[in-house]
Design a protein around this ligand. Sequence first.
Ligand code: NAD
Ligand code: ZN
Length: 357
Amino acid sequence: MQFRNFKMVGYVVYGRGSFNQLNEIIKPHRKINAPIIFLVDHYFEDKPLANKIPLQGNDKLIFVDVSYEPKTTYVDKLANDLKEEFGTVSGVIGIGGGSAMDLAKAVSLMMNNEGSSADYQGWDLVKKPGVYKVGIPTLSGTGAEVSRTTVLTGPTKKLGMNSDFTPFDQIVLDPELTKDAPANQRFYTGMDCYIHCIESLTGTYLNEFSKSYGEKALELCREVFINKTTWDEECDEKLMMASYAGGMSIAYSQVGVAHAVSYGLSYLLGTKHGIGNCIVMNHLDEYYPEGVKEFKLMVEKNNIEIPKGICANLSDDDFNKMMDVSMGMKPLWENALGKDWEKIMTREKLRSIYEKL
Ligand code: NAD
Ligand code: ZN
């Protein structure tokens, strides 16, 4: 048995208002003539947060377009432009949801690695550490702030740059930053965390390490999405810690059926991760009976509309593309269904799931 020896985030600061310490935190990492680059979710373009970013000297603030989930072409362009303009940079700070944080991780790595980010989609292909990188979530749920991956859509696949060089050197968890997230978006991203917990806790890879984090994250999700009647500051705090713990849980286990199926959707249709997971989870009673029941209760309590019929007009060719992507996620299937998963999840079976969506 080979146990996973995983790299974690270097430093963590947590607390309402901790964003105000950012200047002090990054100061020791500033190198002469090498700027700090802030990649900020475009949502914040005219918002007060943009004015609180501690820019100095030749630092640069770039509002990143997260209308689509991060593509390798976008990462390459950002990194190449920075290399051309500055040669080298002191660090990259990602402020936003999972998309902006993933962009920051990938751009940091590409500042020090040759070629295209598409060359590094996979496991442990990254050769050199990136530049100093900081993640600051403004949405809670993906666990991207703690994970060792950055999920990218490339020319041939949707797959992360999974490596020991990928985790952030520092994260700043300030629940104040998530307070204005729209209820729908907050729910979809929050459900990413809930689904991480269900998939981790029912998976065959489960051990006491991931169980302890998964159970805590699940409890926090229940508190905010079932027990609370109105969203308040405490909810932002709880969901931020749920995201962190949920991410820690899957660091030592794996996700499962909802993620494997949802990856196919997002590859073919561009469906975003959070909402895609919800669309799939709605139909997974057979695999996660308890989890799906509770998920539906959360949907109802929070007055959320989950889209239906998104695969209604697809061709055989489309279904095949989605199934190829989904079937490629071997560790996810093995975690969910065990070593003999291929006997259980046949292409016919998988197609019948896609047809229901
Ligand atoms: P997101 O980052 O895609 O953002 C969704 C929307 O919310 C965007 O329109 C954004 O502008 C907006 N937004 C962000 N913060 C806001 C705020 N405070 N108030 C109002 N609007 C705000 O959403 P997400 O669900 O956080 O992230 C999904 C992405 O994360 C996907 O690209 C997915 O692949 C990735 N992901 C990565 C990991 C990982 O481990 N690296 C894990 C899960 C998901
Ligand atoms: Zn997820």
